[in-house]
Write a protein that binds this ligand. Structure first.
Ligand SMILES: Nc1ncnc2c1ncn2[C@@H]1O[C@H](COP(=O)(O)OP(=O)(O)OP(=O)(O)O)[C@@H](O)[C@H]1O
Ligand SMILES: [Mg+2]
Length: 327
């Protein structure tokens, strides 16, 4: 098992950013850096940045690689359900994808009453809301409990610095974001992807509590799954074995997602109001070990550490991607 101690030599083996001036069409996202190529492809490079509370919190060794590996695992495990954008994986941190015309919405699928952001159903439910996202909710569901049915809670996809807002299926059609037929197709695909996620996660002793999908249209107008799928950045995973006893005891489920760093921060400050203290090295390495473990549990495969610290991640990525500007 790869624990924090085994990762100590890799403390600075990180990818804080991935700017490659030779590549065209640069877009810096919160976590990934993107390049739009002239041939209709897009390169997504997952950095090691962790983003939460509307800011970058830290840089975690191997996080970008773990996220890429997990997304790749799930794209493969769901390709019979829905076409996806993945074309090639020339570097552990990089995916070459088919560039799509992205839908301006995020499709969140949920099995549990959880979450803490403004668009999560839990804070709204606690405040007394019983109709959210066009769905009626019964009284008496408790925090982190299973919902009576799997639901879809779409949101707008606001750009940098703006906040996502809840949408109902009716809103999506009335605002002509999608036709009724396109919406049915997206909803059906999202439910089917989530069902596969739930099933594979359960076989690994995990609960996939919720996740976010992004879809786009290809040149033929077909709906294709984009972005990432079932990664710890886009999903909430819980440990199934301890779920019931912890719920009973009024505790948070054991989680495999980025709650590790979030909880460390929350225990020390109000992250939306106060400055966030610098996260110490041992906590960073614990987080790295947790990400690696998450990959191993989900994929059932071993994570292989690089034998050498040279070349540094960005140099390796440049070498692996040189083909895309030299061709
Ligand atoms: N196949 C694709 N074609 C075009 N854009 C894509 C595709 N897949 C993902 N994207 C977009 O690439 C970006 C990935 O970067 P990242 O997720 O780090 O950005 P982000 O900070 O979430 O940005 P945003 O606020 O724009 O979502 C996102 O904007 C995502 O919507
Ligand atoms: Mg994103």
């Amino acid at each position: 098992m790869i624990d924090a101690g085994a990762l100590a030599p890799y403390r600075d083996y990180v990818l804080p950013e991935a700017f490659i001036p030779e590549l065209p069409g640069y877009y810096r996202g919160k976590v990934r850096e993107n390049y739009d190529l002239a041939n209709g492809e897009r390169i997504l490079i997952a950095t090691d940045r962790i983003s939460a509370f509307d800011q970058g919190l830290a840089v975690i060794p191997f996080k970008g690689q773990v996220l890429t590996d997990i997304a790749r695992f799930w794209f493969e495990a769901t390709s019979d359900i829905c076409a996806n954008h993945l074309r090639a994986n020339p570097d552990p941190n990089a995916m070459v994808v088919q560039r799509l015309e992205m839908m301006p919405i995020e499709i969140i699928v949920r099995d549990y009453l959880a979450g803490s952001t403004a668009t999560s159903i839990l804070p709204m439910y606690k405040a007394g809301a019983r109709k959210m996202y066009g769905i009626d909710f019964p009284d008496g569901i408790s925090v982190n409990e299973k919902l009576p049915w799997t639901i879809i809670t779409p949101t707008t996809k606001a750009g940098h610095d703006a906040h996502d807002a809840p949408l109902s299926a009716e809103d999506i059609i009335e605002r002509r974001i999608l036709t009724p037929r396109q919406w049915d197709d997206v909803a059906q695909k999202a439910f089917a992807l989530f069902a596969r996620g739930r099933e594979i996660a359960a076989a690994r002793g995990l609960i996939l509590a919720d996740t976010k999908y992004e879809f786009g249209f290809n040149a033929e107008g077909h709906i294709v799954l984009a972005d990432e799928i079932h990664t710890p950045d886009s999903s909430r995973y819980w440990v199934a074995a301890t779920y019931a006893e912890r719920l009973e005891a009024g505790r948070q489920p054991d989680s495999l997602d980025k709650d590790f760093i979030r909880n460390w921060v929350r225990a020390r400050c109000d992250p939306y109001r106060e400055p966030i203290p610098e996260i110490p090295g041992d906590v960073i390495l614990e987080a790295a070990a947790a990400y690696i473990r998450t990959f191993e549990i989900i994929s059932g495969r071993g994570f292989i550490l690089p034998e050498s610290l040279e070349p540094a991640p960005l140099e390796r990525i440049r070498a692996n991607l040189a083909f895309y500007w030299r061709r």
